[in-house]
Design a protein around this ligand. Structure first.
Ligand code: NAD
Length: 324
């Protein structure tokens, strides 16, 4: 009989982590999840779920008491622009996420772990390449000279480098993905940590048919948004590959935030007015460059934004009805 592969998912109570647990179960893994909290919107699919604080080294050592074939490190103190770009949470973001990564890597060496996946971010890319909303540059080799526009991005870049040192000095197998705005069902949609697609779905769903929604900035800033199913596919393909340098996992379907809002209104069958207000914005333009992922994994994300928005809007609409 073949042995069931075992995986550990750190951050398994979060948006991507809870979906990843489901995906790993479908792929035949025995899965242990760990997080400060259980998933908010559905029961965890993990075989074993540990609630614990990964800033505490003893927690990291405790959860790795068995041999894992694969470790996925997604735990981080994070949120959307309203959390990351105000500057009010910079110390927590840097301290908490760096501690988690320092501890998990130390643990990997102590426990002789084989392979670890690290979720970095498009926020590591330098601001100077993302000033033109129509022509941002986010190829993997454009990360240096480094100039991320947030402390969140600096921590991710520091941690990427940290993982690479453990690979170089201790031979730990690493895989690093730079995620670009992942969205989908069961993602945070209120409370201050939500990201643009979920926040706009909520605003549109809560607005009366002839109402107005608020959009931060002039709405001409651009981004691409990746639906969760493509993100999971990318994570698994990267983990199965032998590539140990950072790779973008993102959509190349760039839209302005005004266009994103219009697409969501179409899902709701509402024609709302947009009021532009001041708010934390981040870079002027960003899009995933998928040349490297195409060349290394012979794959790239392909689910249309429209499809993901349809699913996400429906889910948020249902959540709002349940809450009212
Ligand atoms: P999330 O906030 O939903 O999940 C992160 C999880 O980490 C949370 O459940 C949180 O409780 C947990 N966590 C935080 N501190 C912890 C601690 N000290 N001990 C144990 N658990 C702790 O975020 P997500 O959207 O699922 O993102 C997952 C990863 O991907 C993060 O590292 C994030 O920085 C990265 N990422 C996400 C996106 C995106 O668009 N969602 C984009 C780029 C990078």
């Amino acid at each position: 009989m073949t042995r069931k592969k075992k995986s550990l998912v750190c951050g398994a109570g979060g948006f991507i982590g809870s979906h990843l647990v489901k995906k790993l179960k479908q792929d035949g893994f025995w899965v242990r999840g760990v997080d400060l909290k259980y998933p908010e919107f559905s029961k965890t699919a993990a075989d074993d779920f540990v609630t614990g604080d990964l800033r505490d080294l003893s927690t990291c050592l405790k959860i790795t008491d068995i041999d894992f074939d694969e470790i996925y490190q997604l735990a981080a103190d994070m949120g959307g622009a309203g959390f990351v770009f105000t500057g009010n949470h910079d110390a927590e973001i840097m301290h908490n996420s760096a501690m988690i990564n320092l501890n998990m890597l130390d643990t990997c060496i102590k426990m002789k772990a084989k392979k670890i996946f690290y979720s970095s971010s498009a926020c590591i890319y330098p601001e100077y390449n993302q000033l033109d909303p129509d022509n941002p540059k986010c190829s993997e080799n454009s990360a240096y000279p480094a100039a991320p526009d947030s402390e969140y991005g600096w921590e991710k870049l520091f941690s990427e480098r940290l993982y690479k040192t453990y690979h170089r000095n201790y031979g730990l197998q690493i895989r690093i993905a730079r995620f670009h705005n992942i969205f989908g069902e069961e993602g945070t949609w209120k409370g201050g940590r939500e990201k643009a697609p979920a926040a706009l779905c909520r605003k549109v769903a809560e607005s009366p048919d002839n109402g107005t929604i608020e959009v931060w900035g002039d709405g001409r800033q651009t981004r691409s948004f990746l639906y969760i199913d493509d993100c999971l596919e990318g994570i698994r393909k990267l983990m199965d590959s032998s590539y140990s340098e950072p790779v973008n996992i993102g959509s190349a379907e760039m839209v302005s935030i005004n266009r994103l809002a219009e697409m969501i209104m179409q899902k709701a069958d509402k024609n709302l007015k947009i009021k532009h207000i001041d708010g934390p914005l981040g870079v002027r333009g960003r899009n995933s460059d998928n040349t490297l992922i195409r060349n290394t994994l012979n794959w790239e994300p392909s689910i249309p934004l429209d499809y993901g928005l349809k699913k996400t809007y429906k889910w948020i609409e249902t959540q709002i009805k349940q809450w009212n």
